[in-house]
Design a protein around this ligand. Structure first.
Ligand SMILES: Cc1cc2nc3c(=O)[nH]c(=O)nc-3n(C[C@H](O)[C@H](O)[C@H](O)COP(=O)(O)OP(=O)(O)OC[C@H]3O[C@@H](n4cnc5c(N)ncnc54)[C@H](O)[C@@H]3O)c2cc1C
Length: 485
């Protein structure tokens, strides 16, 4: 028997055995509904933790660090191979560590988000991975600072910090289910190439952006589909000075910030515009935005092509069509840059996100729902867990007098479930209020509060509604979180 015949017979033997298995499975399935397959039950290995954080994105990395630093045995579950989430894939700059002081005469410049989010920026500064908190000199009624990041270094730095905090980092791992006992979550089901596992814990934090854990645990949610989706491009091989000179010759950029670029301070790191004539028309057709940041001399970050999905953002097939549409738009965007922007003739797409980003997927019902009035009136609550001062619709809507509003603890407590927090873009139903709470730095602050609270709940064997607020507040203050009063 030659090698080919051997493998063929081996294959036949295998097929025969498989056919036998299939028959017995088929027999078991006789009673099943037509067109469905009943999965056989399976014994899953169990791992025990104090805190599970689902999603290692903008809010999740901060939540997991906070939980672990506060003594909880913490697992962070992330479907991709890296940490950072939408902060590394979607927007232009991190909004916003500061209040909008520049837009209001006499208002004091105050850093309103500190703690772990600021520690991430400090680490990035050490490795040349951020513009720093660069002050805006034009367009400062939109935001007073621009904090741009090197997305790749962000992934590295956050992963290192999680490792140092002792977090069990389960990347390349998909959260696929929840084990519930009435209104309490007992565990999360995860799938990876190491197999399917049950992760038992006392407290849970959903930072999956889409609220996957909450949905698996039967929390109430809606899917508003109230934003365009987008996959932003990193455009390389551009002559930045040439582009900026072109902008100045054509009316100038209406947003400008100077910060650290390619290791040198005082250089332009944010600008806007450059879209005129046919370039503008072409950009309009593909939903291309002109807001750009950079931290490198020859690289434009986050060139965005927005696309409103005609369907559901949690429907795989609608999303597949959108992925193709947006990739076509991206290719056109690069063509436009090459054709119309001086110094961009040889530009190319250096990075895209692994998947479409959207500003809202599922909206998870929580015990308190922040209103637009809460935001723009600058309201604070008895159970504030952070202060925040940026609104993405500025200058149309700004937080009163360049001040801050508070995110109440209740806004992170998932309705109807005893031991689950939600943090990030999945909270806040009012679209205009969400235009504030969904921003990166707010999600990071929420993450620190939710992770800390989860650690305290786990240590005290408490549900989220039993945690004494004062205990959480004292811990957050100790860990550098800023409060108004
Ligand atoms: C196009 C766009 C532009 C934006 N521009 C800006 C801007 O300029 N400035 C600004 O401040 N904000 C901006 N935002 C808003 C901001 O970026 C997001 O709201 C914020 O980053 C969301 O943070 P998050 O923690 O909720 O989710 P994410 O950062 O998205 O993190 C969620 C993580 O969960 C993981 N995950 C999801 N499901 C599972 C699962 N089942 N199993 C395992 N892992 C899972 C994901 O892979 C991801 O890593 C923008 C958003 C978008 C979409």
């Amino acid at each position: 028997m030659d090698r080919r015949e051997f493998s063929k017979s081996g294959l036949l033997l295998g097929t025969g055995m498989l056919a036998g298995c299939r028959e017995s499975n088929a027999q078991k399935n006789v009673a099943q509904e037509k067109g469905h397959y009943l999965e056989p039950p399976k014994n899953l290995p169990i791992r025990h933790f104090d805190v599970v954080v689902a999603g290692a994105g903008t809010g999740g990395v901060v939540a997991a660090m906070a939980a672990a630093r506060n003594g909880a045995k913490t697992i962070l579950i992330e479907r991709k191979g890296y940490t950072g989430g939408t902060v590394t894939e979607g927007g232009t700059a991190l909004h916003s560590f500061y209040n909008l002081w520049k837009a209001f005469d006499g208002v004091k410049k105050t850093q309103v988000v500190r703690g772990i989010p600021q520690q991430i920026i400090d680490r990035l500064l050490k490795v040349g991975g951020t513009s720093g908190h660069a002050e805006m000199s034009r367009g400062f009624n939109y935001d007073s600072v621009c904090t741009a990041i090197d997305t790749e270094l962000y992934k590295l730095v956050t992963m290192e910090m999680l490792d140092e905090a002792g977090v069990f980092i389960a990347v390349n791992t998909l959260l696929t289910g929840a084990i519930t006992d009435g209104s309490r979550i007992r565990g999360a089901i995860i799938d990876s190439r190491s197999g399917r596992e049950a992760i038992y814990a006392k407290a849970f934090v959903d930072c999956s952006a889409y609220g996957d854990l909450a949905a698996f645990a039967d929390a109430d949610y809606t899917v508003p589909n109230d934003y365009a989706c987008c996959n932003s491009i990193g455009l390389a091989n551009v002559d930045l000075e040439g582009y900026l000179a072109h902008l100045e010759a054509n009316g100038g950029s209406n947003q400008l910030a100077h910060g650290i670029r390619s290791g040198e301070d005082g250089k332009v790191v944010r600008f806007n515009g450059g879209l005129a004539g046919d370039f503008r028309k072409g950009a309009g057709k593909i939903g291309m935005s002109s807001m750009i940041t950079t931290v490198h001399d020859n690289y434009l970050m986050f060139v965005k092509c927005n696309f409103k999905i005609p369907g559901s953002v949690i429907n795989r097939d609608d999303m597949a069509k959108a992925e193709l549409e947006v990739r076509k738009r991206q290719a056109k965007a690069v063509e436009l840059f090459r054709k119309y922007v001086p110094g961009c003739k040889k530009a190319f797409m250096a990075r895209t996100s692994p998947t479409l980003n959207i500003r809202r997927g599922r909206l998870i019902n929580c015990d308190y729902d922040i209103s637009h009035e809460d935001v723009i009136e600058g309201r604070h609550f008895d159970d504030d867990i952070m202060a925040y001062g940026f609104h993405d619709s500025a200058p149309r809507y700004q937080v009163k007098d360049g001040g801050t509003y508070g995110i109440p603890y209740r806004a992170l407590v998932v309705a109807g479930i005893e031991n689950l927090y939600a943090a990030g873009m999945m909270i806040t139903s009012d679209h205009r209020a969400h235009m504030s709470t969904r921003n990166t730095v707010c999600c990071m602050g929420q993450g620190q509060a939710a992770g800390t609270a989860a650690a305290l709940c786990a240590a005290g064997n408490m549900g989220t509604r039993d945690l004494p607020y004062r205990k959480l507040r004292d811990k957050l203050v100790k860990d550098g979180v800023y409060f108004e009063s």
